[in-house]
Design a protein around this ligand. Sequence first.
Ligand code: AMP
Length: 457
Amino acid sequence: MNSFSDLGLAAPILRALSEERYEQPTPIQSQTVPYALAHRDVIGIAQTGTGKTAAFALPILHRLANQPRTPERKSPRVLVLSPTRELSSQILDSFRTYGRHLKTSVTLAIGGVPMGRQVRALIGGVDILVATPGRLLDLVQGNALRLDRIEILVLDEADRMLDMGFIRDIRKIVAKLPKQRQTLFFSATMAPEVEALARDMLNDPARVAVTPAATTAERIAQRVMHVERAGKPTLLAEILRGEPIDRALVFTRTKHGADKVVRQLGKSGLAAEAIHGNKSQNQRERALAAFRDGRVRTLVATDIAARGIDVEGVTHVINYDLPNIPESYVHRIGRTARAGAEGVAISFCDAEERAYLRAIERLIGLAIPATGGPAGGERLAQATAQRPKGQPRAGRHSAAARGQNGARSGGKHKARQDRAPQDRAPQDRPSRDRARQDRGRKNSYNGTIASVGFLQS
Ligand code: AMP
């Protein structure tokens, strides 16, 4: 499917997409939307950055537009569960954007803010509720919300929900939903416990998968800088001063580390904000807004805090600390080069982090080129000026860049479809047993594995 109209979406939705200058569906969208429109359950294996939000939001809006009903008090028709407040707010914004020419109503139920408004919205009746699990259960217990009329359930970032300990809440919520419903289940990875949850929740699901790494890796200039631990603050300040940076996302391994980097940058006269789990909702929102608006150029984050954040125009990802989980590297660098733009990913590596670096290189199947240390500013400038092969610098987030992204990645994912499981990136690579199970499952899913994306090797 090369266009949104091929997908058969309602005209008001197509209009909104064209206003957003979305020219083509991304691979996860062209694979998911037809199943979702056919009322099938879907397992979508995709990370943030692949366009997965629209992959579920568009068919849901289409269905509500075609079967309109006056919303009932306290009884939404669609429930979207997401692990964090930030991600939930972004999902809400997406529904509002794509549904702006429809009468569909959508509301948010997240913790950290008073319940009154959420209760009033639910009592007034809404079509779509986007929620985090804890607040959702509070609303059910407070008799402001009923879940027995839900027609469609979306579980977004299921793996992260489990990481964050939401499994009991999710099971409690699912037990309150009608058995007859459509379920769209999204996860960046399919660890056995995620697979088990999917098995319990879904009915004969179609399985679709992409990873953004194949689409982004080639547009990201990746570099590693070997540096002593004590030299990292100076090196970071030099890079932030010397590079043409619009927005830099700096990753540390710990919350404490993030605060320390912000303090050190402050001493060098560089403004930065930190975002991590110890910050209040208000602080996190303020920091994110300042970063989005360009008032603060540097955001320092931990992995958990950053994973669901969708900020366009991040030109640089800087791994101040290398992650000890190699998959996190892929998630981190995927924050840049969004929607067809290009990006730079610079990783600091001290002596103790060499093993992490090797694990990352094994995962991405690529030796990350090393570039100069503190005295190597020039070489760094050269290195980051080298755009990934064959990629003219496209206007960031231009319609052309977006369209190009969709077309390019579609082809790539198709071409890589029939690779052997051992060629897969480890984040998708099942153990041997899992590979065998997967092959077996392929049959039981009866050909509905639409495509599997792989990391560039
Ligand atoms: P997501 O993976 O849902 O977080 O989406 C990542 C980003 O891609 C968001 O900023 C979307 O607005 C953007 N996006 C989603 N679908 C498309 C598309 N088909 N064309 C261009 N941009 C898109």
